[in-house]
Ligand binder design. Sequence first.
Ligand SMILES: [Ca+2]
Ligand SMILES: [Ca+2]
Length: 187
Amino acid sequence: MTRRVALASCIVLVALLLGGTTGLAGFGDSAAPPIAPAPQTGAANGAAPDTEDGHCITGPDMPLRCFKTEAAMISFLSGGKIQLEPGESALSLGSAQLVTLNIYALLYEHPNRTGEVLAISDDNCSGWNNMPGGWNDRISSTWVANGCSVTLFEHYNLTGTSFYSPAPGHYYVGDAFNDKASSWRLP
Ligand SMILES: [Ca+2]
Ligand SMILES: [Ca+2]
């Protein structure tokens, strides 16, 4: 009888120890943060960072849309009908065709109409807006559609000194206005 009790106690003790150990191990496991799979980067997903989408369309009353290339921008504006050839730019289309795409001015990051471009879009040559995000104090040269003009302003809301650029625009806005434009107006 005593031996049975001792044996039973021993079994209970072992069971408690095992259960306790298992419980502790289980608690430890659940408390430890689960090992999450490494987050996939944009590159791993095949998606490029947004910062590469440097060619943009803005207007008096429209959200900013940006594209990786001028060709992608023109394709979007033309509903896929116009595909630029390699080496061609938006300017290759000429004034009349750009106007059919509602483009009245092209504002460039660098002199000589180079670098990234901000296309000013409207259904006629009118309206104004502040420079969209990423474009403040960057413009160095302009192209303007025949019969239109663009005036750049030093500060937001058409304030500060201004730079008048009639068609066909300027290869350089000049040292005094380089990288200064913060708002624009058509005509
Ligand atoms: Ca510039
Ligand atoms: Ca400015």
